[in-house]
Design a protein around this ligand. Structure first.
Ligand SMILES: [Zn+2]
Length: 225
């Protein structure tokens, strides 16, 4: 897709996410990695609902602003996930209500923030890591994401929101939506003793669809200790 097509795509998905209440005010940001190593990223203080394709920040491969408005302050989140997941071409970060709520619950496993509730959660979002709370702008959050060693395409920032990588913007957006809806299901069913997918059902999905789930890395003959 041409760069102008990609700019339009960022605006179209941004508006769609905003209009469905998935990220309020000027929260949330989207980035795309380009073939020349540069990036397109949404500007700081811009609402995802009202993006202008001509004002999207264009960065070179060294992260310098080439054109457009000043980029989002949350660039370190994106850079850390791109760095650790070489195949990622797009990243979506939202402040979506149910995913943020999930991060504040005491029982959440930081290496599997959601149980295997539906096949589509596993197929789109995979498993989800939770990293601790960091003050906005604290560079330590990037270290926390790098510490996951690229095993997770979806990461929740405690008391803040999801960061999700994909091979394309559409993949990243759909995965973020699946994560938000699964967090909503979890909150609806919490303390109701729901039946999640069994380990056999999860293994069947992993084998049938070739899913890359961190919890299944230990079953492929590699010992992570
Ligand atoms: Zn944020």
């Amino acid at each position: 897709m041409s760069e102008s097509g990609l700019r339009e795509e960022i605006c179209r998905y941004g508006r769609s996410l905003f209009e469905r209440g998935l990220t309020p005010g000027s929260s949330g940001n989207i980035s795309l990695r380009l073939d020349d190593g540069g990036w397109l990223v949404t500007p700081t203080n811009a609402s995802l609902g009202f993006l202008d394709p001509a004002r999207i920040s264009r960065l070179d491969s060294a992260g310098r602003l080439v054109s457009g408005d000043k980029p989002t302050k949350e660039i370190p989140l994106h850079a850390a996930l791109y760095e650790s997941r070489g195949s990622a071409r797009a990243i979506v970060h939202l402040h979506s209500t149910h995913a943020v709520a999930l991060t504040m619950l005491p029982e959440i496993d930081p290496r599997a923030a959601l149980p295997p509730m539906t096949p589509y959660y596993l197929m789109r979002a995979g498993e989800t890591a939770l990293v601790p709370y960091y003050r906005p702008g604290d560079p330590a959050v990037a270290d926390a994401i790098r510490g996951l060693a690229g095993k997770y395409s979806s990461v929740l920032l405690a008391n803040h929101g999801p960061v999700v990588a994909g091979d394309s913007l559409e993949v990243a957006v759909f995965a973020t939506e699946e994560l938000e809806e699964t967090a909503r299901l979890y909150l609806l069913l919490r303390n109701l003793n729901p039946r999640y997918l069994t380990p056999d059902q999860v293994s069947d999905l992993v084998q049938t669809f070739g899913l890359d789930l961190p919890s299944h890395h230990d079953h492929d003959g590699h010992d992570h200790g």
